[in-house]
Design a protein around this ligand. Structure first.
Ligand SMILES: Nc1ncnc2c1ncn2[C@@H]1O[C@H](COP(=O)(O)OP(=O)(O)O)[C@@H](O)[C@H]1O
Ligand SMILES: [Mg+2]
Length: 248
């Protein structure tokens, strides 16, 4: 049954098949993070949210792809040792060796670092077999030194995690990274959920870099704020959307 549930989940990926607006949103996230990196040390970024299905894994993957496309050496690490989806989204076999295999000593770096065909600069590390004790494993000293090793081998480390309002894993991991991105999704995230996530992260002094609004419907919200206007502006120059076709 769990297998069926996962099978219906999909990765909406940046690139030629995605809309101009979707690609542009990730480029803009990348630019904002680059500005942050210019003023503070921000080489490792943890992605979390309050509950499942808000799009943490989608955001982590797309951010990794977008950073890698700009020539940054990126490592994307799946630390959701409860329901890791990275391997599924990237078409890896179940129980492919990964993070848990390295921490338990069952695998070496070369066994758990994967590249993606036609994607340069990106290394992916899936969860490995899901352990019975994720929180203990994530708070172990091996995990801390593993993070140090990873950071020294890339320009940017992006870490996918479980929901921070439900389990402590993301809060534990926030100690090992420079900053945290909190994902919210309209119609999925509640204000209370977002507030609890912020509180849980602040309780461990996590450095919250900002909030990613995933799945924001710019057209639906066009009358409420200026985002749609600004994307419309871009589309007039660069997009082949129906809007610009009409104008042409
Ligand atoms: N912006 C979005 N628009 C539409 N569907 C989305 C969006 N972001 C995520 N989803 C869908 O929601 C589901 C959960 O996404 P996922 O990234 O696995 O969430 P999480 O990691 O927070 O559990 C997937 O089926 C995914 O395709
Ligand atoms: Mg996920």
């Amino acid at each position: 049954m769990a297998k069926k549930k996962n099978a219906s989940r999909e990765l909406l990926l940046v690139g030629d098949n995605a809309s101009f607006q979707f690609n542009e949103a990730y480029k803009s996230l990348r630019t904002n993070l680059e500005f942050l990196a210019a003023t503070s040390d921000c080489k490792s970024i943890l992605v979390t949210s309050s509950i499942p299905t808000e799009g943490k894994t989608n955001v982590a993957v797309n951010l990794a792809y977008t950073m890698a496309a700009a020539g940054k050496k990126v490592i994307l690490l799946d630390c959701d040792l409860r329901k890791g989806m990275l391997g599924h989204y990237l078409h890896m076999r179940r129980n492919t060796p990964g993070l848990s295999s390295k921490v338990s000593g069952a695998a070496d770096w070369k066994d758990i670092c994967y590249s993606i065909p036609r994607v340069d600069n990106l290394t992916v590390i899936p969860t490995g077999p899901l352990p019975p004790n994720p929180s203990e494993l994530l708070s172990s000293s091996q995990m801390e030194s593993l993070f140090e090793d990873l950071k020294s081998h890339c320009d940017i480390l992006i870490v996918d995690t479980p929901p921070v309002s439900l389990v402590t894993d993301a809060a534990i991991l926030s100690r090992y990274v420079d900053g945290v991105l909190l994902v919210v999704r309209p119609d999925v995230t509640t204000i209370q959920g977002a507030q609890l996530s912020k509180k849980n992260l602040e309780a461990v002094d996590a450095h919250i870099l900002g909030v990613v609004i995933n799945g924001y419907d710019t057209k639906k919200n066009s009358k409420k704020d200026g985002y749609y206007y600004s994307y419309n502006y871009y589309s007039y120059y660069g997009d082949d959307s129906s809007d610009s076709k009409k104008k042409g």
